[in-house]
Design a protein around this ligand. Structure first.
Ligand code: TNX
Length: 548
């Protein structure tokens, strides 16, 4: 591994890209402009600096380069180490596909760097795995990208880092690369601006949640949501798989859960569910984009779909009637029955077995029918079951009242929650409903969405510092939930998610001191042609200068 890495390293060294062999920096280092007060009388105009590309989320460091940049032409190749594993080849294939759409030609992926330097123009993807002679120092998800006229050099310590570098390259390609139309497939060259980007995420948990229980979304629809997350370097997709209105994941020991509980959704339209094979396919699709699926079975409340499918789960032994409304808080598992825990062991065991990610989400929110001590004992028992099946438990912030393992995660959602319980939480994911909930309306006139946590214009979802929200807490990151009481199609999902999902992705990825509303607005507005090319039904918030 090291031998081959060194071979690419030599290529990079010859090009002056290694930190051991620095070239004089051609252009002054400039962090992306942060909001700073302007001096009262401006000094003489400095020489015009090349405009920085409009990237979302903002990278940690962007330095403009000099010269003409790099031209991707029909003879450009992608260079990777000859020892590349499949996980390392996947980002290279994704880049090749992106370039095909941009230029009409699929670049060859060439292993083992030819020596001397290839005569053809190349984009080198290089894994510099610690401990390596040269440490990149960008961490497990970071990357370093250099665009020069001779070559493009993308280096990372992991395949995930390469993937995020490629997402940045994607935003450097012209927006029309997102079209599939034959019209655009004539061979053409594409120019990338000269620059150096050194980038790494602020938080390890950069999540979104989709509620597939209130309204069901098919595997293909969820895959399109995954694509949207990947573009924004989001790495967790939390699926809310069960609620009062529907149970969406096959449990082989309990087929009635999906036969009965999967058949409904809000409004009485037919629901649906994922077979375990479909779920596995979705997990793999997300994994190729470095996104971990976090499955949630909400309990002990929000369980009417289960209670109406399996009569033994209720305290009366009578199956509950089906429910397709939007009230919350009325249902609860019968927590004093041993049967309940055998059932949960089956459910959690089967889901854990098909979920490679580390987490299982037990919900735990809005239980209005249990005494506090019943609730706490329930959470602690479920925590033990989750641990037995090899997963780390996550739950909504009510679970902080229980005694939690150091590995358990509390997902903060109630803006007014806080105080002692949250401070006791071993670790937090932040989804404050008044900033991070994608199902809140933008303004009073927004047709879709709810407003119980307030109206959330784009600036409100963008302008906050996660580190300041719960002082002293160990914050893993940020997650943007999209509850689906009022959304039934992917067009609806996209309308509420975009552009706020992009804003929250930047909150989770970019350094607090580098980002600011004014530069964000401009960079966000510049995404419009790409989003249109992708066919996204985004909300053209009036405060954003959308590019045409
Ligand atoms: C609160 S957030 C809920 C959900 C609703 C959502 C609607 C949370 C843990 N519980 O059951 O769908 O509000 O915004």
């Amino acid at each position: 591994m090291l031998k081959k890495t060194t071979a690419i390293g030599m290529t990079l060294a010859l090009l002056g890209a290694c930190s051991q062999n620095p070239k004089p920096t051609p252009a002054p280092v400039s962090r992306p402009p942060a909001e700073r007060p302007q001096p009262p009388s401006p000094p003489p105009e400095p020489p015009a600096r090349p405009a920085l590309p409009a990237l979302v989320p903002l990278p940690a460091l962007v330095e403009p380069g000099t010269g003409a940049g790099f031209t991707i032409a029909s003879d450009t190749i992608i260079l990777i180490g000859s020892n590349a594993t499949d996980a390392q080849r996947a980002p290279a294939r994704q880049l090749a596909e992106m370039i095909r759409r941009a230029t009409g030609t699929t670049p060859a992926i060439v292993t083992s760097p030819p020596a001397p330097l290839p005569q053809r123009s190349f984009i080198a993807l290089s894994l510099i795995v610690p401990p390596a002679p040269i440490s990149l120092g960008v961490g497990p998800e970071g990357y370093d990208l250099i665009v020069r006229s001779e070559a493009v050099l993308l280096r990372a310590e992991t395949p995930a880092g390469l993937f995020y570098g490629i997402q940045t390259l994607r935003q450097l390609l012209p927006y029309w690369s997102e079209y599939e139309a034959v019209l655009f497939r004539q061979p053409r060259t594409v120019n990338l601006p000269p620059l150096h980007i050194r980038d790494m995420p602020r938080y390890e948990w950069r999540g979104a949640m989709l509620d597939v229980a209130r309204h069901f979304f098919t595997v293909d629809e969820v895959k399109s949501f995954v694509d949207l997350l990947a573009l924004h370097k989001i790495n967790r997709l939390h699926l809310h798989l069960a609620d009062d209105q529907g149970w969406r994941i096959e449990i082989k020991k309990w087929p009635d859960l999906t036969l009965q509980g999967g058949a409904t959704e809000v409004g009485g339209t037919p629901g649906g569910f994922y077979t375990q094979a479909q779920y596995t396919d979705l997990v793999a699709y997300a994994a190729e984009r470095f996104i971990t699926i976090v499955p949630e079975i909400d309990m002990p409340g929000h369980t009417n779909a289960a209670l109406s499918s399996i009569s033994e789960l209720t305290c009366t032994g009578q199956a509950a009637p089906r429910f397709t409304g939007t009230d919350v808080g009325f249902s609860a598992l019968c927590v004093d029955l041993e049967f309940t825990y055998r059932f949960l062991d089956d459910v959690i065991g089967e889901i854990a077995a098909i979920t490679p990610g580390r987490y299982f989400h037990m919900g735990g929110d809005e239980v209005k029918t249990l005494k506090p001590e019943q609730y706490r004992a329930f959470v602690e028992r479920v925590q033990a079951i989750v641990q037995k099946h090899g997963k780390e438990m996550i739950g909504w912030d009510e679970i902080a009242a229980a005694t939690l393992l150091p590995t358990s995660i509390v997902q903060h959602w109630r803006p007014a929650a806080g105080g002692a319980d949250l401070a006791r939480a071993p670790q937090l994911v932040l989804s404050p409903a008044n900033r991070a909930y994608l199902d809140m309306k933008y303004d009073r006139d927004t047709a879709l969405g709810l407003n119980w946590a307030g109206l959330i214009p784009v600036r409100t979802s963008y302008d906050w510092d996660p580190a300041a929200l719960v002082p002293g807490a160990r914050v893993l990151g940020v997650e943007a939930p999209l509850w689906s009481e009022t959304v039934a199609t992917m067009r609806d999902v996209e309308f509420l998610a975009m552009p706020r999902l992009a804003a929250l992705a930047e909150v989770a990825w970019s350094p607090q001191e580098a980002r600011g509303w004014d530069t964000f607005r401009a960079r966000l507005g510049a995404q419009a042609p790409r989003w249109s090319a992708l066919g996204l039904n985004f909300y053209r918030a009036p405060e954003i200068p959308w590019a045409r």
